[in-house]
Design a protein around this ligand. Structure first.
Ligand SMILES: *Cc1c(COP(=O)(O)O)cnc(C)c1O
Length: 415
């Protein structure tokens, strides 16, 4: 095990197993990355490994972990390095009925739209920003389809760090607006997310910036895993039976797995929950390729912009997790996503962006296929707020024409 004196963790390549000391900024495994090509998912995403056996020997239990805000399992030395905003600790709502029908299995909604910049991505930016602060890294860059960028911009604003955000010019207006309002340097790129990604990596080398790119910077997964610790806590130290996760690049789902895997390695839990990877039918490159020897890309077309991905950046790690822990997959159509988003909003008061509603659509489809055993505990991860992309929802709504302020016209409108 490669552990330097000051570190509580080291890195291990999720593909070749090579270990790296955590003695400075690390991105991909250098050996695997050398063979990566632009037209296939990258290999060499690093996994962070803690000294589980020693922590176990020290008698670390969940109560202690929680008391210290899970710092023992985070790649950050001091609490003071963490951004002052409230990230995570999001509500878990128990839903008993939908569309006037009592649910036979229990449904919990983990509402991560209640993060400072209104998406799950804040969990990753939180840790990346803290790490940068501890290591004197002043400028953080990221490529983003919108949420990672608006998240990094907001979190950096709270820490007085400089953020540079490369986004495809087609990103939803709300997300672009957030980036500018938070004072980040926005760089709209004429091209796809992949183009922005490649440019950000080149800029990282050229300018020495710290890079937050998802499935490139291993600490994003460490931030995302905190949701699993919270779920375990909110469910009175029990694991749920199923967790429905929306999937694009596969970093959120790997974070969920990593969090529970940390608990498993510490002996705090003795089995893993079943995780259901939900993708849009129009952007299913991750789940469709799970059993393929040769990765086959279908150009993605879905209204769920946050999970519209041609080349899932964390494909290999996600595949390993899904196989090892018997995960499941589901795809839903754009119509199902829109319908789910409306059912969710009307029945629970939570308005989610399409990518987040995708996980809920997966739950509904699963339930309707009658594969969901009665009495099971199911969690749906709601990863982003509907206000981040109102155009998709509003394009499918009928706004009544304005009336004169007269009772007769009101009567007409009410019908
Ligand atoms: C980024 C994102 C996802 C997908 O996460 P991946 O790590 O790319 O799989 C899902 N929902 C929202 C709202 C997101 O911003």
């Amino acid at each position: 095990m490669i552990m330097t004196k000051n570190n509580k963790f080291y890195y291990q390549c999720s593909d070749c197993g090579k270990e790296y000391a955590a003695d400075g900024v690390k991105y991909l495994c250098s050996e695997c990355a050398a063979a990566n090509t632009a037209d296939l998912p990258p290999k060499g995403v690093l996994k962070t490994v803690f000294a589980y056996d020693e922590l176990k020997k020290d008698g670390l239990d969940f109560a202690q972990l929680k008391k210290n805000d899970f710092m023992a399992l985070l790649p950050v030395e001091k609490r003071e390095s963490l951004p002052p905003l409230k990230v995570g600790k999001t509500p878990l709502y128990k839903i008993n009925s939908l569309e006037n029908e009592k649910l036979e299995s229990t449904l919990y909604l983990k509402d991560d739209s209640q993060n400072p910049t209104f998406s799950f991505k804040d969990r990753a930016s939180y840790i990346v920003s803290a790490y940068a602060k501890e290591h004197g890294l002043q400028t953080i860059v990221t490529a983003s389809t919108g949420n990672a960028g608006s998240s990094l911009a907001g979190i950096c604003a709270s820490q007085h760090q400089k953020a540079i955000i490369l986004v495809p010019e087609s990103a939803p207006l709300a997300k672009l607006t957030q980036i500018i309002m938070y004072g980040a340097q926005i760089v709209p790129v004429r091209g796809t997310y992949d183009d922005a990604f490649d440019l950000s990596v080149k800029a990282t080398e050229a300018y020495g910036w710290y890079n937050r790119n998802t499935a490139f910077n291993p600490l994003t997964i460490e931030g995302k895993k905190t949701v699993s610790f919270e779920l375990f806590d909110q469910l009175q130290e029990q694991i749920p039976d199923r967790i429905f996760v929306p999937v694009g690049d596969g970093v959120i789902i790997s974070g969920v797995y990593k969090g529970f895997e940390d608990l498993l390695k510490l002996g705090i839990i003795d089995k893993m929950p079943v995780i259901v990877a939900v993708q849009s039918e129009g952007s299913d490159n991750l789940v469709r390729n799970l059993n393929n020897d040769v990765f086959e890309i279908h150009p993605s077309h879905t209204l769920a912009d946050s999970i519209s991905v041609d080349i899932p950046r964390n494909f290999y790690m996600t595949r390993r997790f899904l196989k090892k822990y018997h995960g499941e997959t589901f795809t839903v159509s754009d119509d199902q996503i829109l319908e789910a988003s409306s059912v969710l909003a009307k029945n629970t008061g939570i308005f989610s962006e399409p990518a987040a509603a995708t996980a809920f659509a997966g739950f509904l489809a699963y339930k309707n296929s009658e594969k969901l055993p009665a009495g099971t505990k199911n969690v749906v991860l709601l990863t982003g707020s509907g206000l981040k992309d109102i155009k998709t929802a509003s394009d499918h709504l009928k706004m009544p024409a304005a009336i004169k302020p007269r009772l007769s016209e009101l009567k007409n409108l009410l019908g």
